[in-house]
Design a protein around this ligand. Structure first.
Ligand SMILES: Nc1ncnc2c1ncn2[C@@H]1O[C@H](COP(=O)(O)OP(=O)(O)O)[C@@H](O)[C@H]1O
Ligand SMILES: [Mg+2]
Length: 351
């Protein structure tokens, strides 16, 4: 026998202390709740909430502007080492922390354009027309839909023929530099330019190295990590002595670090032994979220702001910015916490 469903009021009659009202977040109120006393060291969820809150309230973490515009080429002729991932996520991290950043996609695959959610079908004004000299730089610049300070010159499939077309052109190595300089990036006041290179040492990469002062080399924490790096360094040396005396390797980033393996630590040690202080202390962990984000036209900072991947790129951005102005860099306590075995399993499951 049933009396029918009980009538339950769906109204919330009284406000629970610490409950969010609208978008307001009262940290004092929150600290009086049972959750308020949990430190980030206590639970992974609390740590993640703190990280997400940091990313979602970027005003609290502005970084110093560089003394002059920094143009950074992200190069490694090996494919799949994290060049594009590092270019877009570092750019997003810098933009979130107050910088205006332009990503130039120089890989015909257009992966950086995809990750930034920027249109790059054939015919869109792109890095190809810029190199060929058909358009001024401002015509090729698009804004990423996720951040108004994050700009992109996309790459279309047309760029695939550029290596060959450039061979017969005048000043073929300096075309990108001229294109960027001539327009002086009109009206944008760009703090950082990040150039994402294809996995080769051809004319596109040479153009990127002539346009930049700095080279950032991403190195994957895997077997054969340093394979090919000697050749890359020799090429950088050649460009430096013949075309661009200011060019230097300013930054090495360790990517896809897996804390569960001894190998990752061995590689990190070897790379630090080889490059010394140029290697960022912030290490990018292998993270499912980082690899999922481009599928949604997003950087990991938009896709999952609380993830370790997002945090590590924020931290890397902070470290790069601090180095440029000679400031001391204090690693974020959460991002710098060594990943324990449990944490890593979490990372693989969903983070
Ligand atoms: N930290 C990371 N964790 C997990 N996957 C990653 C990470 N960094 C890069 N990847 C994945 O590795 C692959 C190669 O990265 P990508 O940045 O495209 O390399 P490259 O531009 O050097 O060819 C991509 O599928 C990317 O999603
Ligand atoms: Mg790439």
């Amino acid at each position: 026998m049933s009396n029918g469903p009980a009538k339950v009021s769906r109204e919330t009659t009284s406000r629970v202390p610490g409950m969010l009202e609208g978008n307001a977040f009262d940290s004092e109120d929150f600290s009086r709740t049972p959750f308020g006393s949990i430190s980030t060291a206590d639970t992974p969820i609390a740590a993640e909430a703190q990280r997400a809150s940091q990313v979602l309230h970027p005003g609290s973490m502005n970084i110093p502007k560089p003394r002059e515009q920094r143009i950074i080429t992200i190069a490694n002729q090996k494919g799949g080492v994290g060049k594009t991932t590092t270019a877009v996520n570092l750019a997003a991290a810098l933009a979130l922390q107050g910088m205006t950043v332009l990503v130039i996609d120089l890989d015909p695959q257009g992966n950086a354009s995809t990750a930034l959610g920027v249109d790059h079908h054939s015919g869109i004004p792109s890095s190809y027309e810029l190199l060929i000299g058909e358009i001024p730089v401002q015509d090729a610049i698009q804004q990423s839909p996720h951040n108004e300070r994050l700009l992109c010159i996309p790459a279309t499939i047309d760029l695939a023929g550029a290596e060959i077309e450039l061979v017969s052109m005048v000043a073929r190595e300096g075309r990108l530099k001229t294109a960027i300089q001539e327009a002086n990036l009109a009206g944008y006041e760009i703090d950082y330019v990040m150039i994402d290179c294809p996995p080769s040492l051809g004319l596109l990469t040479v153009n990127a190295m002539v346009a930049a002062k700095e080279v950032l080399i991403p190195i994957q924490c895997e077997y054969y990590a340093l394979e090919g790096v000697g050749q890359l360094l020799r090429n950088i040396g050649l460009v430096q002595s013949h075309l661009n005396p200011e060019l230097h390797v300013s930054t090495v980033v360790l990517t896809m670090y897996d804390g569960r393996t001894k190998l990752a630590d061995q590689v990190a040690e070897e790379v630090r032994g080889h490059f010394g202080d140029v290697v960022l202390r912030s290490v990018i962990p292998r993270s499912v979220k980082v690899s999922e984000a481009p599928g949604y036209g997003m950087t990991v900072l938009d896709y999952d702001p609380g993830s370790r991947g997002a945090m590590s790129y924020l931290d890397a951005g902070r470290e790069m910015a601090a180095r440029a102005v000679g400031a001391t860099y204090a690693p974020d306590p959460v991002a710098a916490t060594p990943v324990t075995e449990g944490g890593d399993v979490n990372e693989e499951r969903g983070r």
